[in-house]
Design a protein around this ligand. Structure first.
Ligand code: PLP
Length: 444
């Protein structure tokens, strides 16, 4: 690839930026903006909420990223979740290479798909059957259609700030990417569709109860068991249990969106960690080992409503792609209980360490952490829902983010995202992270 020579360094708002450390990224972003809307293929990557220019990546190994200018970073994004074993995991790479030699796609069934489905079923009490798709968006969109087809009802309930991909029905009060753009909704979503989506604040069981009493046309409620797209917010005690009870009583399908939390918070996902059995589950991110792969899954009586057995249509030319499935199997096989024990310890060390440093420098903040997901909120007290997340100091976040980036620590470029830790964040990388935070905290 030939980088185009940029005559002027500008950020996404057209403001000039001093050349230096990010020279090549600046040039590449300039070029990307000519051919790709906003220069990115997913909005959060554009650094809209933190300002400045996105860093263009050249490669990564383990928990270390390298950008096109040769700068290295300790990675706390992990491709937004999948890289729980770090980048370029040897077994995953080998599995992809081996699969590719036998063709990149057949459009016909392979036994690999059954192996992956079997693996997911074995790890989850509430899952008997699995349908593989290509993205989290497809998984939640399909789960909704299935819930509607199964119940014969049209309304869905979701949380304010809950993100479940960009299907029309779900682009109502959806978190991170949209909040990052400062637009609560999307143009192009028909009003008639959006009207069938009712939103409730996260962690408010009373609100769910009220909505369930008010509407008799509710097909499903879709929930992130630990919210991760408004920063990391754990469920309050009794919240998920309460939703389970209300769904059973009102015959509403309980969809647990585990695209982020699946295989992240436990070898049997958040539903096993919290011991809750949803009717349908969505998986993504980790299950593809960094390849485009996701799934929706659940009890056989619901799943058998999907075509070709049932009347709910859903299909995909590349679904169950052999490269993606091979990567996924190799990833999941390595995720033993030991990995989660180790992740829990390392994550506590990082999150507690960061929080202590901020405290020492009198920086008002709250640290939310569940397993290897955490978020720092620059506000007093831990937020429990999206509204409280929004009452954080976004200026301080921006300074913290850029300070850490300069020091070689790559945090998610938005206060509405969770940080992820991998099993290969070595002690010296954790030390580097905390030393960097020490320097940056002084400037806040
Ligand atoms: C990332 C995410 C999605 C969307 O997945 P894509 O693969 O980006 O379409 C859906 N739900 C949750 C909870 C997610 O974190």
């Amino acid at each position: 690839m030939q980088a185009q020579q940029a005559t002027e360094h500008v950020d996404m708002n057209g403001n000039p930026i001093e050349p230096g450390r990010y020279d090549l990224s600046l040039q590449l972003f300039h070029r990307a903006q000519q051919f790709i809307p906003g220069g990115v293929n997913s909005p959060v990557r554009a650094f809209g909420k933190v300002g400045g220019t996105p860093v263009f990546m050249a490669g990564a190994e383990g928990a270390v990223l390298q950008d096109m200018d040769g700068n290295q970073y300790v990675d706390y994004v992990g491709s937004w979740g999948p890289m729980i074993l770090g980048h370029a995991n040897k077994r995953v790479i080998q599995a992809i290479q081996k699969a590719a030699e036998h063709s990149t796609s057949f459009g016909a069934p392979t036994d690999l798909e059954t192996c992956l489905a079997d693996f997911i079923v074995t790890r989850h009490k509430a899952v008997e059957m699995v349908r593989l798709v290509n993205s989290g968006t497809e998984a939640s969109m399909s789960a909704l259609r299935l819930a509607r087809g199964y119940t014969g009802k049209d309304r869905i309930v979701k949380c304010v700030g809950g993100y479940h991909g960009h299907a029309d029905s779900l682009l109502v009060a959806a978190g991170s990417g949209l909040a990052t753009q400062g637009v609560p909704d999307s143009l192009g979503v028909p009003k008639a569709v959006a009207e069938l989506t009712t939103t409730v604040p996260y962690n408010d069981l009373e609100a769910v109860k009220e909505v369930f009493e008010k509407f008799d046309d509710i097909a499903a409620i879709i929930i992130e068991p630990v919210a991760g797209n408004m920063g990391c917010i754990p469920p309050v005690e009794g919240y998920l249990e309460g939703i389970r009870e209300l769904c059973t009583f009102n015959e509403v399908v309980f969809i647990m969106d585990e695209v982020m939390t699946g295989f992240r918070l436990h070898e049997g996902s958040a539903q096993t960690r919290f011991d809750i059995e949803p009717d349908l589950s969505c998986f993504g991110k980790i299950i593809g080992g960094g390849m485009p792969l996701a799934a929706y899954a659940g009890k056989a009586d619901i799943m058998n409503c999907v075509a070709p057995v049932g009347g709910v249509y859903q299909a995909g030319t590349l679904s169950g792609n052999p490269l993606a499935v091979s990567a996924g199997i190799e990833m999941l096989e390595q995720l033993t209980p030991n990995v989660y024990t180790k992740l829990e310890e390392m994550s506590a060390e990082i999150a507690d360490g960061l929080s202590d440093i901020l405290k020492q420098h009198n920086v008002t903040h709250a640290m939310n952490r569940v397993g290897s997901m955490f978020s720092i909120f620059f506000r007093e007290g831990a937020p429990k829902n999206y509204e409280e997340v929004c009452a954080s100091d976004s200026d301080k976040f921006r300074k913290f983010f850029h300070g850490m980036l300069e020091e070689g620590v790559y945090l998610p470029p938005s206060p509405y995202e969770a940080c992820f830790i991998s099993a290969v964040h070595a002690p010296e990388l954790i030390r580097h992270t905390l030393q960097s935070a020490e320097k940056v905290a002084k400037t806040l």
